[in-house]
Write a protein that binds this ligand. Structure first.
Ligand code: SF4
Length: 213
């Protein structure tokens, strides 16, 4: 077999790699720096962090979801013609994301990641949103990759956690505190905190206010 044939066989094999998928959908990014931007979301199934207030609990187990190939995921992403593709979860870093991100980037797509960083970092991304959780500590490999730090705040203790995590990310990373949706008092907690700590910004889940995904 010549080397050209072996490269193309490898290419075909990688297109057949599959991931468990909860859903894919086209919407606007609801949170953080890219709020309001046209985005195609790929939500991977599986998460072992188990935040008590998680709004995606149905994604924790991967078993009940269908496997979809990279070929299909790349095709539907391209067809949506989004400004960016957001790989989210669940916890996407439970899987090797190099093959998927390589295929998306080969189609000229901009690729973002939303992760708790609880597994070692894989993939090629244009933007990494890191939302660490105290329920399963992040893997060290995430910290140098972070463009945006987003900490969900439910109580005062979470603000301490936010400051500890902020020390580990690059200086230029944008730092957000986001109210836990079902804890209304977290909004004023964050509001008052940012008035005294200007290095932080508030992130709101605008998709929930709009009643869209
Ligand atoms: S890391 Fe995300 S998906 Fe996993 S339990 Fe926490 S909020 Fe839910």
């Amino acid at each position: 077999m010549n080397s050209l044939a072996s490269v193309s066989q490898k290419e075909i094999a990688s297109q057949l790699i599959t991931y468990p998928i909860v859903e894919t959908f086209h919407s606007l990014q609801g949170e953080g720096t890219w709020t309001g931007v046209n985005a195609f979301f790929i939500r991977l199934a599986g998460c072992d962090v188990h935040c008590p207030w998680c709004d995606q609990k149905e994604s924790w187990t991967s078993k009940k979801y269908p496997q979809q190939s990279i070929k299909i995921l790349a095709e539907v992403s391209k067809m949506a013609n989004p400004f960016m593709v957001v790989i989210t979860g669940g916890e996407p870093l439970m899987y090797d994301l190099f093959p998927l991100t390589k295929a998306l980037k080969k189609l000229g797509l901009r690729v973002h990641l939303e992760t708790s960083g609880s597994h070692s970092f894989t993939g090629q991304f244009d933007w990494v949103t890191f939302s660490p959780k105290p329920f399963k500590l992040p893997h060290e490999s995430i910290y140098s990759q972070v463009n945006e730090l987003k900490i969900v705040i439910a109580n005062q203790e979470d603000l301490h956690w936010a400051e500890e995590e902020a020390k580990k990310v690059p200086r230029e990373a944008i730092k957000y505190l986001q109210p836990e949706w079902n804890t209304p008092e977290s909004q004023s907690l964050i509001f008052d905190y940012i008035l005294k700590h200007p290095q932080w910004r508030m992130s709101l889940q605008t998709h929930k206010f709009l009643g869209v995904r």
